[in-house]
Design a protein around this ligand. Structure first.
Ligand code: FAD
Length: 293
């Protein structure tokens, strides 16, 4: 099902994000994860596109597999990295032939060791250009990325959010955010975008389940998200006891989700990282509280 049509009917959605497994064992882990998360009734799931475009075929295969085996609505991520416009059009044709109708259109990160993104000849420089290309194809619902703290390369949050408004004007029906750990930046982003667009856009919070302080630090270092000092202190205080730290992290994540949903967020997109336990705990707790349908 196309997500633009789904969003018309569902004011709030629940979704999970996975990455393409690297080997057969990891395939089985992902299959088990999907089997365990499917009964929670996610509205859709998404599958990332590897850095440097390295998982082009696997992203397609995983989305196709999920749609065929579990019947879940799925979305393929796609980046501009390492592909000319013609190559991107060829990928879209492959996606369409595989029955994929939803795309998260991204620029992608510069390759490791490089600080600036440079597209190949006749490639797309920004996600907005990829959005144009996908929109012109006409076969896909398009989503884009958003950054409550501003994208790390942007000169300012305001500049980054103006580019986000541009992505939404050009044809993205919704945005999913980078992970963040406080309510305020998300609310500021929504307020700012509402003023720029003259309507409230659908900005779905991306939620990283916190289970381990070191893993959280690594993830945030990679994506440029900030860990608030209060959260860092809470996790550091129980760093010697992994069970206590996990409990603290999950409680923090549930509290953030609760605040977001009370503030009117149009659902949650959980970075499940191919594991089911933390995501399931969070969703179950929020359902018991009546925060999620
Ligand atoms: C929900 C989510 C899922 C993701 N999934 C993946 C994935 O599967 N694979 C992957 O490799 N990466 C993924 N990423 C990471 C993403 O590729 C990086 O954050 C990347 O650095 C930026 O991508 P973007 O689509 O936001 O780029 P853009 O929107 O193009 O923005 C990139 C930078 O350029 C600036 N900019 C935008 N337009 C203009 C303009 N016209 N002129 C000047 N500056 C401009 C922006 O402010 C920003 O600093 C994901 C991110 C999120 C939030």
């Amino acid at each position: 099902m196309r997500l633009d049509a789904l969003f018309e009917r569902r004011p709030r959605t629940l979704s999970f994000e996975f990455f393409p497994p690297k080997n057969e064992r990891a395939w089985h882990t992902l299959e088990d994860t999907i089997e365990q998360l499917a009964p929670l009734g996610p509205d859709f799931v998404s599958v990332t596109y590897g850095a440097g475009g390295s998982t082009r075929a696997r992203t397609r295969e995983v989305v196709q597999h999920i749609q065929a085996r579990s019947g879940l609505t799925a979305m393929a991520h796609l980046t501009c990295v390492g592909a000319s416009r013609n190559e991107l059009r060829a990928i879209l044709a492959e996606y369409a032939a595989a029955g994929i109708v939803n795309i998260l259109a991204l620029r992608g990160d510069p390759p490791q060791g490089e600080t600036r993104f440079s597209p190949p000849p006749d490639g797309c420089r920004y996600a907005s250009e990829l959005i144009d290309l996908v929109r012109d194809d006409g076969r896909f619902a398009i989503l884009c990325a958003a950054y409550p703290e501003g994208h790390p390369e942007a000169p300012s949050r305001a500049a980054d959010w103006a580019f986000l408004a541009d992505k939404l004007r050009r044809g993205a029906c919704a945005a999913i955010t980078q992970c963040f750990f406080e309510l305020a930046p998300y609310l500021e982003l929504v307020r700012h975008l509402t003023a720029l667009l003259g309507r409230r856009p659908r900005i779905i919070p991306g939620i990283l389940p916190i289970v381990d302080y070191q893993a959280l630090q690594r993830f945030c270092q990679r994506c440029g998200a900030n860990i608030p000092p209060a959260l860092a202190a809470r996790l550091a205080a129980c760093a010697a006891d992994r069970v206590a730290m996990r409990k603290e992290g999950i409680a923090y994540t549930i509290a953030l989700c609760r605040e977001l949903l009370h503030a009117g967020a149009p659902g949650l997109h959980i970075y499940a990282l191919n594991r089911s336990t933390a995501a399931a705990e969070i969703v179950t707790a929020l359902r018991l509280e009546g925060c999620l349908p």
